[in-house]
Ligand binder design. Structure first.
Ligand SMILES: Cc1cc2nc3c(=O)[nH]c(=O)nc-3n(C[C@H](O)[C@H](O)[C@H](O)COP(=O)(O)OP(=O)(O)OC[C@H]3O[C@@H](n4cnc5c(N)ncnc54)[C@H](O)[C@@H]3O)c2cc1C
Length: 465
């Protein structure tokens, strides 16, 4: 250790990096974490998962009051929007949680190297003019918004914005156009629709929520349409220009054809995210990125250069905070000589709209490509708790191997789908069959009973339909 400053130096303090740093320190390794942002927590805590959920949660209450859901339960209110306070509670959530990570760093004696790190060799980096040598370096630099050619984002003007700008709008737009029907666009589009904006979502593909189960995508589209979001599918945005206080977008059919224009008060560009590797001077470490700009790793998160590891959004796989966190823990454990493993086949994904949309494992389409499957479905309309709570939209779908009955995927649209999906992930992690889930006693009345009934539908019959 004599000529090393640290056993482990993590670059980036997002959910991948800060978790890796904490686990490394817990395992007795001398650890530092370089972070260029003014606060710890990365995209997730500063401009991603947490602030978006703060706005989703608050706007959900607003809509429940304004849209009649409360009146249906005998609570008559006329809500008045105080957007400043709503933004205030978002900022408080971010401040509290990012401060919490700072506390955990101190508690675990992790040095926060303030500034952006760049490699100077395969075992050293420079941060704010100072060079540090480390036995192990973990790259956890995350991702940032993918730009769209012909559409220039300027978050300060609040006309053409990315997800960070869309969290901060000072007033509710009259018309918001969301470019991209993925998770982030639908979540933030939902926030502003609930608060009063007309929302149009333009998606290049023939359906929203790419990567999710086909039934789920179709049903979600129906639900969002019912809520008032207008969709322009199979359509590409080729240009957006700011004219005064508005933006004018040029849209073209994805397959080619006549262009049309669309006017918006705010345009949200949410077509995806790209790995952050610019400025790292990877060449000095002898590392290169793949065709998608990601750093490739082995199953233990080691890169092709011994002593350099990578985790989170900067490596292949779904760009999700919990995937980054689990990789952070596993990577630190591997560095400490333990066996850290992440099962990439069982990573749940959740869209935090109303209702929530969640899935884990294979889609029905993917499962069918691999072999014969059996599918069980159960509508939330027939779940006593959802029905009582006036939450009839959605279903649960369990996909199992036709021969072995092993569960291959579970998909839910339900008010609390994000919470429900944890049991499916756990069951799959233990190699459960649909029968295992069907014969597990579920508390009544809960939304989770719909998972049990969908599992019952795989091999036999559910009770309540
Ligand atoms: C609006 C939005 C909502 C989201 N909602 C969810 C959600 O609900 N659930 C979910 O699972 N995921 C969500 N995500 C995705 C999630 O935020 C990411 O998957 C997650 O943050 C990735 O973690 P990470 O540690 O790999 O990288 P990041 O969180 O991106 O952190 C990387 C950090 O590295 C720092 N950094 C970069 N380069 C350097 C350098 N050279 N030196 C020092 N520091 C550097 C960056 O400043 C950053 O702080 C959301 C994302 C967005 C944008």
């Amino acid at each position: 250790m004599a000529d090393y400053d640290y056993d482990v130096l993590v670059i980036g303090a997002g959910p991948g990096g800060y978790v890796a740093a904490i686990r490394a320190a817990q395992l007795g390794l001398k650890t530092a974490c370089a972070e260029g942002r003014e606060t710890l927590g990365g995209t997730c805590l500063n401009v991603g998962c947490i602030p978006s959920k703060a706005m989703l949660h608050a706007s959900e209450y607003f809509e429940a009051a304004a849209g009649g859901a409360m009146a249906a339960m005998g609570i008559k209110v006329k809500p008045e929007l105080d957007l400043g306070t709503m933004h205030g509670q978002r900022k408080d959530a971010v401040k509290g949680l990012t401060g919490g990570i700072e506390f955990l760093f101190k508690k675990n004696k992790i040095d926060w190297l303030k500034g952006y790190a760049q490699f100077t060799s395969k075992d050293s980096v420079e941060v704010a003019g100072k060079t540090y040598r480390a036995k192990n370096i973990i790259i956890a630099t995350g991702s940032s918004v993918t730009p769209l050619p012909g559409v220039e984002v300027d978050n300060d003007k609040q006309i053409i914005v990315d997800s960070t700008g869309a969290l901060e709008l000072a007033k509710v737009p009259g018309h918001m156009v969301v470019i991209g029907g993925g998770v982030i666009g639908l979540e933030l589009g939902s926030v502003w629709r609930r608060l009063g904006a007309k929302v149009t979502c333009v998606e290049y593909l023939d359906q929203i929520l790419p990567g999710m189960d086909g039934d789920v995508r179709k049903e979600a589209n129906k639900i969002f349409k019912k809520q008032g979001i207008e969709f322009k599918l199979k359509t590409k945005v080729t240009k957006a220009v700011v004219k005064g206080k508005k933006a004018v977008l040029t849209l073209e059919p994805a397959a080619g054809g006549e262009a049309e224009t669309l006017e918006a008060d705010v345009v949200l560009v949410s077509i995806g995210r790209k790995p952050n590797t610019d400025g790292l001077a990877l060449d000095k470490a002898g590392l290169a990125v793949n065709q998608r700009g990601q750093i490739e790793t082995d199953h233990d998160f080691s890169t092709q250069v011994p002593g350099i590891w990578a985790i989170g959004d900067v490596i292949p796989g779904p760009m999700l905070a919990h995937k980054a966190e689990d990789e952070g823990i596993a990577c630190a454990e591997n560095i400490a000589g333990q066996t850290g493993i992440v099962n990439h086949d069982v990573i749940p994904s959740v869209v935090y709209t109303w209702p929530e949309i969640a899935g884990v494992g294979l889609t029905e389409e993917q499962a069918k490509e691999k072999g014969e499957v059996k599918v069980g479905k159960f509508p939330m309309m027939a779940n006593s708790r959802a029905k009582t709570n006036h939450e009839p939209d959605g279903f649960v779908k369990v996909i199992a191997d036709a021969k072995t009955d092993r569960v291959l995927g579970v998909w839910c649209i339900a008010s609390v789908a994000g919470t429900m999906i944890a049991q499916a992930a756990q069951a799959m992690e233990f190699g459960a069959t649909s029968e295992d889930i069907a014969y597990t006693c579920h508390a009544h009345p809960t939304h989770s009973e719909a998972i049990k009934e969908a599992a019952m539908a795989v091999t036999g019959k559910p009770i309540h339909v």
